[in-house]
Design a protein around this ligand. Sequence first.
Ligand code: ATP
Length: 654
Amino acid sequence: NPAKAKYHPIEDACWRTGQEVPYLALARTLELIEGTSARLKMIEILANYLRSVIVLTPEDLLPSVYMCLNQLAPSYESLELGIAETYLMKAIGQCTGRTLAQVRSAAQKCGDLGQVAEQARATQRTMFAPPPLTMRKVFAALKEIANMTGTASVNKKINKIQSLYVACRHSEARYLIRSLEGKLRIGLAEQSVLAALALATAATPPPHDAAAPLLDASKTMSPENFKARVDEHSLIIKTTYCECPSYDRIIPVLLTHGVAALPQHCRLTPGVPLKPMLAHPTKQVTHVFDRFEKEQFTCEWKYDGERAQIHVPGTDKPDFEHAAIFSRNQENNTSKYPDVLRRLPALLKDSVTSCVLDCEAVAYDTTTKQILPFQILSTRKRKDANEADIKVQVCVFIFDLLYLNGHALVRRPLLERRAALRDHLNEKEGEWQFATSKDCSTVEEVEQFMEEAMRGSCEGLMVKALSGDHARYDIARRSHNWLKLKKDYLEGVGDTLDVVVLGAYLGRGKRAGLYGGFLLACYDPTAEEFQTLCKIGTGFSDESLQTFTDTLKQHVIDAPRNYYRYDASHAPDVWFSARCVWEVRCADLSLSPAHRAAIGLVHSDKGISLRFPRFVRERTDKAPEQATSAQQIADLYLAQDTVKNSAAAAPNVD
Ligand code: ATP
């Protein structure tokens, strides 16, 4: 029981040294986490389980971490589950003597197919109990299922799922089915898994010698010293993961050399995409000067295309064969840009042996030498493009250099990175250009540069710290060291938001036969749920409504998921699985008794909703979990002048 207060990694584990970790040990851990709402307790439960794995079966640590995160490989390998619900229902029905309709109706009532699978399995007797599942075998089977492709693979997948399902005991069935669905939904964010790894390795430091007595630092060190060690491990593990987001690389080093060796062994590496640095929105040019009061900053044009992180590995010379282009989400986009890859050798001067570039790929008219809108770029084929068929040309605007010739530059100030960029790369009009920049020093200069950016078909400006500590590249962070200044913000229309489409209302009148309106949500990564934000019905052309009706029909589900937070008064006519992300604009944000976005963050039982939302465009480059977060919604709400002024005018009740 990993929730036990004084957990002993050997005595309290349900398996012995060298044995494969039973799948039940993991399922039980997930069950305890699911039943807990306190984050620290969740971390402790997971840390206790991980400690047993480190001590008893270290080779199962890697699959354990992946299974807790419901991942099969580093995210850039794009190996994902997400088996269609109907196949899972079929498998459950066939194994338990139920019809598909029965399973479907139970799932509709309960809202969680995992629990339906668990209950169905509990009431079913088997003549010969299959051997208990081990975590390693389940992980390998899930990988095998994810790798099966082609139409003939459906039956093979169902057979494999059935063979796992019939061997499930207790809550194993619940987590198996949820893993297969691609959503674990136990409220365990990646940051908590990293924190649990830090706590586990601080208490039971690897490498563990099986012959030596168990060292339990949580008991032998003073509480202050132990806390300091946990904090140190947490910092090392989280920083390492930012630079090298691959458990395949981190876990083996951690087990053989210990946490302290991570920074030396797991560094930024071409080929392993990092989570990009993100910017904070700013509403007024004067805020730029409030933020950078005493610091040097620069303004760059903010191009409206698709983020492209370009990796060129190499030792003595660049290895263009293995160059790769990753999206904002670390998706491998290399096959989308054969034209960009072909031009890479001309970009790098002879002084470059390897590099990682942060850029924006923008649709470009080579005849008029004009930047084209994002909508044009989005018509390019997403995968396996053939260069001869490419109709939309792109120009890549380079704004950062994160790695050069074997060394990470992320801790160097932007001033140096920018100089290195200009020293080592060749610009070529319409193919490779450095982001247009200006080191402004007055409000008027920024405003004028903003005007120029708009005339140059850009969205606005990015304002970046240029020198000093704040000018490093903050991997994976939405940082105040980068501010985005879009024209919309200045006009007071508000920031655009990226929201998830959860459902639709059937159209009437002119829109009969189509979806006429949609229910939108933000994402709360802490609670791992989608919280409704508003209904939307404006901003669509007739064609776009027809297209969305066709594409969204493929995502219709029978009932809302248990991780959709909504009020019954807004229940749509059809529900969708959370897939599509749309960018929307709104007049402002207001408190709402019926919507659930950011509930509890600004008001204990009211959410926040968007007033006068308008559709802007689809965001195919964003996953639903990367939609605007509940915290961002709360921040945007609180940043509104009307809210700030009324808070200032409120009588002091104390
Ligand atoms: P975010 O990425 O901040 O969540 P988003 O994806 O909706 O938001 P924006 O809010 O429009 O994008 O702004 C950030 C994006 O702007 C970057 O991710 C990058 O793709 C793009 N960009 C364009 N020009 C630049 C530039 N000069 N410097 C940094 N990013 C730029």
